[in-house]
Design a binder for this molecule. Structure first.
Ligand code: ADP
Ligand code: MG
Length: 641
């Protein structure tokens, strides 16, 4: 009964994702069923939650369940649920557009790379649920009715860029999705999804733990009154057993992984799993997972963090945030506690003493697990840290109680090795006898830091320098300040002294003597560059470069400044210090010339050239690149004539 059919276009990004999905070479296409069941289960959960405050919702309709019906002749498969359903607007928003900014960004990158299908290692990052049914269906028809509403909506699409939407009727709330299946093609991973044994196997494999019954309508022959007759019966395919309540020895890794995929909406296996059981006065169980890659929306505001919270196997919260600190927001899983007070608001529950107690224990357990992973399987840990380390690092500044543990989990690249990363404790074990501080330098990339003039004298003396290339490092360092009693010292800020006490004294004296001789010259340069630098001074940190820029002890690093600017954030204007290498030919010649002709007009040009060089060396943009280019051209011209 359709009267008001409208054809609508998928949003550009949604269409792109749909196309990538259809053309993807994903080998296990059967997972479309897992995704549709997972959505149905979510819809039932949502109904359950809404009905807590609106009991009228649940009164209509029978047992909460998921149904699968097949039609061999018509080659269709229908999955239905009596969950929350969708209004027309919700349907357009949920299925026709992509809400997650993270997914959008990933799609943009794929478009830039002109990808025509989703590489199978990337597919997991999307967590594309609903669209996966187009891997096995030529056409998809969805009829849905929002709980509490009378009208239903029909949605039909061939996955070709458009969908049709119209009014419809549905006898009860919920959603039915009918797939017109593609031809069976074993090579392409398309089995006969109308066969009960195929469906049984897939449900058992991926969705056994789903808490609602998944019923398959089957046709059986029965003898009734001495006659063989065809009857239709429902068969429940899943055990519905809460996986965290089953003994670990009885659950396979695959089952745990599928459960992880359900709670996380991720398509890739987790990096680690941990389970916990607390007995005694306050009992609870937890089953947690650490993902193997950062969820696409992890850095976006909409990212939903938190663990599922159950009380005696009844889900009472979908995402309880207080069960873990924010820097562990990538952890997924469930907590089942038997003695939580249920007669309080969720707000009060979240802030209860019990939740705080569980949080402490879970945090410790996650950090201990990571420590063990780090020692047992360094390589895998490095991969994990590569994608989720930046989030973990936030904990250094926010979790005072566990700071030492977190710090020991951090990995950095350093001048010690071209590729291998190092922990702080490994760094300390390599420190030279006369070395008192842990040196680091921050920058955009390893390459940029290696080319930085600040590194020169340290490399020459053989001191190891940590490379801080992650933007979040800048925020971590202020709370790190020292490790095993050794202070962390930036080579790009303040003054640096290396070597033994005697050596340091000598260097200092030497620098003071030279500075006296250079003073008028330095002041003159400073005057020329007053707009950009607060001071021009001599340096002991350079060996081959003539010049570099350094920050005051507490200044923002140029790296973080660039980052803020790129994100169009306000950068407090501050001037840095320009340091000259008194042993460098250019500096010596310039000074000699200044001594003879202090009023030389060319001084301004040379000052600008030095400043420009210092900026280029650290990878910062020039304030006026056209003028700089002209100065260089003039210089070449003079050199050549
Ligand atoms: P995800 O499950 O990760 O949100 P999907 O692509 O699987 O992404 O689903 C997109 C959205 O469509 C869901 O978030 C939900 O709002 C809606 N949806 C899908 N299936 C159903 C269903 N059976 N009942 C109600 N809403 C659904
Ligand atoms: Mg889904």
């Amino acid at each position: 009964m359709t009267t008001d059919k409208t054809t609508m276009k998928f949003e550009a990004e949604a269409n792109q994702l749909l196309n990538l999905m259809i053309h993807s070479l994903y080998s296990s296409k059967e997972i479309f069923l897992r995704e549709l069941i997972s959505n149905a289960s979510d819809a039932l959960d949502k109904l359950h939650f809404e009905s807590l405050t609106n009991t009228a919702l649940i009164e209509e309709g029978g047992e909460l369940a998921i149904r699968i019906d097949t039609d061999k002749e018509a080659r269709t498969l229908t999955i239905s649920d009596n969950g929350i359903g969708m209004s027309r607007e919700e349907l357009i928003a949920n299925i026709g557009t992509i809400a997650k900014s993270g997914t959008k960004e990933l799609l943009l990158r794929l478009r830039e790379a002109k990808a025509e299908s989703i590489p199978s290692d990337l597919i997991g990052e999307f967590g594309v649920g609903f669209y996966s049914c187009f891997m096995v269906a030529d056409q998809v028809t969805l009829v849905t009715r929002r709980a509490g509403e009378e009208a239903a909506t029909r949605w039909v699409s061939k996955g070709d860029g458009t969908y049709e939407i119209s009014s419809d009727t549905r006898s009860e709330r919920g959603t039915s999705i009918t797939l017109s299946l593609k031809k069976v093609d074993d090579e392409d991973g398309i089995e006969d999804f109308t066969e009960p044994f195929v469906i049984r196997r897939i449900v058992k494999q991926y969705s056994d733990f789903v808490r609602y019954p998944i019923k398959l309508g089957v046709e059986r022959e029965k003898e009734i009154d001495g006659e063989k007759q065809k009857v239709f019966e429902d068969e429940t395919l899943n055990s519905m057993k809460a996986i965290w309540l089953r003994p670990e020895s009885e659950v396979t890794d695959e089952e745990y992984n599928e459960f992880y995929k359900h709670v996380s909406h991720d398509w890739t296996d987790p990096y680690a799993r941990l389970s916990m059981k607390a007995e005694g006065r306050f009992e609870y169980q937890a089953l947690l997972f650490l993902p193997s890659h950062a969820p696409v929306d992890l850095y976006f505001k909409e990212y939903k963090r938190g663990l599922e919270l159950y009380v005696k196997n009844v889900k009472i919260m979908d995402a309880c945030e207080n069960l873990l600190p924010e820097y562990l927001r990538f952890v997924k899983g469930v907590v089942d506690a038997s003695d939580l007070p249920l007669n309080v608001s969720r707000e009060m529950l979240q802030n209860s003493r019990q939740i705080a107690q569980i949080r402490r224990a879970l945090t410790k357990k996650v950090l201990d697990t990571l420590e063990k992973k780090k020692s047992d399987e360094k390589e895998k840990y490095e991969a994990f840290f590569g994608t989720l380390g930046p989030v973990l690092k936030e904990g250094v500044g926010s979790d005072f109680e566990n700071k030492d543990k977190i710090v020991d989990l951090l990995l950095f690249s350093s001048s010690n090795d071209k590729e291998a990363v190092t922990t702080l404790s490994e760094y300390v074990s390599r420190m030279k006898d006369d070395q008192e501080e842990i040196y680091y330098l921050s920058g955009e990339s390893r390459q940029a830091i290696e080319a930085s003039p600040h590194l020169e004298s340290f490399e020459n003396k053989g001191y190891e320098v940590l490379f801080f290339t992650d933007p979040v490092d800048e925020f971590v360092i202020p709370s790190l300040t020292e490790y095993q009693g050794k202070k962390l010292k930036s080579l790009g800020k303040g003054t640096v002294e290396v070597g033994s006490e005697d050596e340091k004294k000598k260097i200092k004296q030497d620098l003071e003597d030279k500075t006296k001789a250079y003073d008028p010259f330095l002041k003159a340069l400073q005057k020329e560059l007053d707009e950009y630098v607060s001071e021009v001074r001599l340096s002991n940190r350079l060996t081959t470069s003539p010049v570099c820029l350094v920050g005051g002890e507490h200044d923002m690093s140029p790296h973080i400044e660039r980052l803020l600017k790129r994100n169009k954030m306000d950068v407090p204007k501050h001037k840095r210090i320009m340091e000259l290498n008194p042993d460098h030919d250019v500096v010596q010649k310039l000074k000699a010339r200044f001594d003879v002709r202090p009023q030389d007009l060319a001084l301004a040009d040379h000052a600008a050239l030095l400043f420009g060089q210092a900026l280029l060396a650290e990878g910062s943009p020039l304030p006026d690149s056209a003028t700089f280019a002209k100065l260089v051209a003039d210089l070449m011209n003079r050199g050549l004539s």
